[in-house]
Design a protein around this ligand. Structure first.
Ligand code: HEC
Length: 328
């Protein structure tokens, strides 16, 4: 969100909640928040729909099978939802690249330094894994890690507000614009337990995304580890709204262990770009074609199979591209 540190888009297709505070329960619901936020695009839904009709009417009709209608507020909301789905389909094509850690796990023992391997042990011992678990190093849930708020922006109530916003949204998973209203994520009641909590971010690519935390107030990975060693900001401190979190405990580490842990975190970031895998290349090609089309090129959808993949992609994205690729 406009007043927070911009989170990475890489891997966001795998996230249960979008935005730091869980204001959106799907990838396609998130863009509407950015369009309407006065600190981001500052557009009304009606204005967005007008621009889509004016600049991308043809492409919209080809993809969604009907022309942009702005007759009623419901029609306008449908356009906003569809734009969100198109953006979500693109974001799903952003590949999560292989990092030294992945090569090490796959058996290439030289892929990580001895220091980084020692850092993995520190990562496990100090309990990072409790929240930063799974393939994306995130449990996808809300926690009070108690990173400091930015005093210039003010206190941040986090998920207590985010979940309330998700509940009010017409773009939620159980809403009428959802393609899968039968399988929405349950949105939490905005109880006090969510105050000052944020979604555990992925640690993939983390070496490239300083500064850290929802407010971007922690400058380096070294600082992050020292903050965790002291158990986050103290509960009740003016710079955090977060309460106790059963998964967060202070610990002692030597400076050598801090360096090792940082080396491990660096090993979760891909090395310099290399030749992308086939799926990623195809994803890029599709995105490029789509971009051309939006820019006014008279590119027609090619074979029907491609057209079908593109439309289904709005609902199933990544999986469809992969599946389609496997058959060809
Ligand atoms: C209680 C759950 C929890 C534990 C335990 C935990 N984290 Fe986190 N981590 C989070 C949450 C939640 C955030 C976001 C905090 C915020 O913005 O206020 C975060 C943020 C981070 C960030 C910043 C990422 C970014 O993109 O800004 C890093 C790096 C990080 N954690 C590493 C670690 C390490 C290393 C450990 C172990 C020493 C650890 N975490 C332990 C939940 C946890």
């Amino acid at each position: 969100m406009g007043r927070r540190n911009v989170p990475s888009l890489v891997g966001s297709a795998f996230k249960r909640w979008q935005t730091w505070d869980g204001s959106a329960d799907s990838l396609w619901a998130q863009p509407a928040l950015a369009f309407e936020n006065p600190l981001e695009h500052a557009l009304t839904r009606a204005e967005l729909a007008r621009r889509v009709a004016e600049r991308h009417g043809g492409a919209y009709q080809r993809v969604f099978g009907a022309a942009v209608s702005r007759a009623t507020p419901d029609d306008v909301d449908r356009v906003v939802a569809n734009v969100g789905k198109a953006l979500a389909a693109y974001v799903r094509t952003l590949a999560v690249s292989t990092a030294p850690f992945d090569r090490w796990v796959a058996g290439d023992h030289a892929a990580m330094s001895a220091e980084a391997v020692a850092g993995l042990a520190v990562f496990l011992r100090t309990g990072c894994i409790r929240c930063h678990s799974g393939a994306m190093f995130s449990d996808g849930d809300f926690h009070a890690a108690r990173f400091p708020d930015d005093p210039r922006v003010g206190s941040d109530r986090g998920a207590i507000e985010g979940q309330a916003r998700a509940r009010r949204s017409v773009f939620q998973g159980r809403g009428r614009y959802s393609d899968a209203p039968d399988e929405p994520f349950p949105i939490g009641a905005p109880t006090d337990a969510l105050r000052g909590r944020f979604v555990t971010p992925t640690l993939r690519g983390v070496a490239l995304t300083a500064p850290y935390g929802h407010a971007g107030t922690v400058a380096t990975l070294d600082d992050v580890v020292h903050l965790y060693a002291q158990g986050g900001m103290p509960v009740g401190h003016a710079l955090t709204q977060g309460g106790d979190d059963p998964f967060l405990e202070p610990f002692t580490v030597s400076e050598a262990e801090v360096r090792a842990l940082v080396a491990f975190l660096n090993a979760l970031t891909p090395d310099a770009p290399r030749e992308a895998p086939q799926e990623a290349r195809r994803g890029r090609r599709v995105a490029r074609d789509e971009a051309r089309e939006h820019l006014g090129g008279a590119r027609q959808l090619a074979e029907p199979r491609r057209a079908r993949a593109r439309v289904e992609g709005l609902a199933h994205g990544f999986r469809v591209w992969l599946h389609d690729g496997a058959k060809s």
